[in-house]
Write a protein that binds this ligand. Sequence first.
Ligand code: SF4
Ligand code: SF4
Length: 253
Amino acid sequence: MADDASSTSSGKPGEDDRGGGFLSDLFAPVAGFGVSFSTMFRKVATEEYPEKPRPTAPRFHGRHQLNRHPDGLEKCVGCELCAWACPADAILVEGADNDDTPLEQGGKGRFSPGERYGRVYQINYLRCIFCGLCIEACPTRALTMTNFYELADNDRGKLIFTKDQLLAPLQSGMLPPPFPMVDGLEERDYYQGKVTTSTDAQRAYVGARDAAADDESASVHGPGNPGAAVPGEHDVAHAADFTAAQTREGANP
Ligand code: SF4
Ligand code: SF4
């Protein structure tokens, strides 16, 4: 007679035929807790984020940074290669010419060694996929990626980072551009490591530049309103960045 699919080893319908002995019968009611019990004795993997952020791998691809030379001049030369390499169209660069004409004669100043610098620089972190192709494309190592990864916000506009936010902070010995290159050196000397800090001449230039800006501010607003903010070139450039960001998002959301 053919076997019935519902039949058991004992031949009695409904009886478990998986075999097993006394021990398996004894532990069968708690067998389902095996995974739970074994997990209780493992090392706790709970992350205490954000109080204790976990260190990333050394080469983790996080937020970008625009680097500086040791005297403070910017490494970015506004070539746009990073923007062209980006598969997500997340980078906007607008280059401009450095201008060694004295500021009092209407010069715009020098922000990087060589011919041009990145006047506008934006990275849209709503688009960026952190692939790193942009930093591979950068010929001057101006653009690198940090390990910072806390990039979340409720405001889409705040996730378009501008040049002010991306520029590396000034380290010891650095000055805020614009100011001239080190006397007697060329652009290539910066990349050959011949500049290690700012010079006395550069410090004097920046001191005079800032003093002139303070005088101009006082003459515009008068002594009765010393705290009034005067939009300098830096602020104007930032406003231009914001306008460009809006344009880009509006044209291609
Ligand atoms: S990491 Fe990739 S996606 Fe992000 S800006 Fe660079 S090239 Fe574009
Ligand atoms: S970050 Fe590098 S690749 Fe991008 S514009 Fe500046 S110099 Fe060129």
